[in-house]
Design a protein around this ligand. Sequence first.
Ligand SMILES: NC(=O)c1ccc[n+]([C@@H]2O[C@H](COP(=O)([O-])OP(=O)(O)OC[C@H]3O[C@@H](n4cnc5c(N)ncnc54)[C@H](O)[C@@H]3O)[C@@H](O)[C@H]2O)c1
Length: 458
Amino acid sequence: MAFTKNILCIGAGYVGGPTMAMIAHKCPEYKVTVVDINAGRIAAWNSDALPIFEPGLLEIVGHARNKNLFFSTEIASHIAEADIIFVSVNTPTKTFGEGSGKAADLQYWEKTAREIVKASQSDKIIVEKSTLPVRTAEALERILNANDKNIHFEVVSNPEFLAEGTAISDLRHPDRVLIGSHETKAGLAARTIICDIYAHWVPREKIITSNLWSAELSKLAANAFLAQKISSINSISALCEKTEANVSEVARAIGADSRIGGKFLKASVGFGGSCFKKDIMNLVYICESYGLHEVAKYWSSVIAINEYQEHRFVKAMLTAMFNTVATKRIAIFGFAFKADTGDTRESPAIYIAQRLLEERAVVVVSDPQALQNARVDLKNAPGALEFVDDPYRAAAGAHAIAVCTEWELYKTLDYKKIFASMEKPAFVFDGRNILDHAALFEIGFNVFPIGKGALKHF
Ligand SMILES: NC(=O)c1ccc[n+]([C@@H]2O[C@H](COP(=O)([O-])OP(=O)(O)OC[C@H]3O[C@@H](n4cnc5c(N)ncnc54)[C@H](O)[C@@H]3O)[C@@H](O)[C@H]2O)c1
């Protein structure tokens, strides 16, 4: 079959891989190719051991791979043949120089733009899929259109709102797809072409269009609002612990107000993931660079509360365990930043494990999907550290369990058996409020939830 469009995605990560798999699955008349400089990642995409864990992803990839979905390291030749290029490379926080710790590191983006210019022989639509500072497209267009080949590149912003762990259902049934473009003739034409891709399966009323800058900023703002909601309930959880209010009851009461909404109101040890912190820091940096210091300060506080929550969690463990955890075995249940992913980027469990190691605890990390990443994250952490798949083995001989990821698995374990295998007094610190605290207390555990009174036998 002759394909009607050639779509390329540069960057085969958590966003590029699943997004392109869904486009290929839903648009069999398009050829979709995903390229990356990381040959190992591409080899994994071409195997059944995909480089990322995401429920439902293997089925979607399997359906389209080698029919109209291809993974390759041949970047230049695929750029040359593409009509539309999605760029989904990483945009981490800068760790050096001007803006270090806040600004987005755009070196991968700029390199990609230059590769596109070099390999192109015809006009193309370039789609910003990565999350970028507002007005990045302006710089990008300058680089792209400063070519002497008489090629025109039209830049469109199509930020991705999928959440890891639910990426496939988010892609299949998105709340909205956002497409921003210049409001010129060429810009609007490119916008229509990108809208038509999504219209294969997304209802038209859910495809929102805007100018380029609104689209770029909306992604940063969306992540900042989501993280703000978590920090808001987490700040209230600290007050609950002081006042015998119960954060779950408070969340239910306030979430019933449709103006607030019930989602993202689960108190926890804090948010993680590659995006929230990075995108808020980026927003803060942009605000500062426009002289909007009060706005920058407001959004910085979302990060400050998140760090406070992680810190509070470790402090509560220390206080409860008689002010010392030295030589005590502590099982960390869950290392991924959330359930149903193996991703550990910015996971609160990293900080918690490191702090416990500093306190000379024996830390045993358990997780059904994230142990490989956990090993990398903690490779330089000094002290006694073990990685154990099986939660029962992880908890055996431990003084405490710290639940850091809300995996379903942890709700259904045999805690009587676990209690019997642990040192006494045995503690559970439920950093996700997912366990049956009364039942654990009944078994004999001392239970420390987030934002609720502790259940103690002493
Ligand atoms: N992870 C998420 O849940 C999520 C959600 C929405 C948006 N985003 C945004 O999407 C972007 C990508 O995120 P991710 O999580 O997929 O990142 P990732 O690190 O998993 O993947 C990025 C990939 O780009 C590749 N790459 C870098 N430079 C390249 C180049 N010059 N040529 C070819 N490949 C190159 C890397 O090798 C890597 O495999 C980021 O801007 C992120 O903020 C991420």
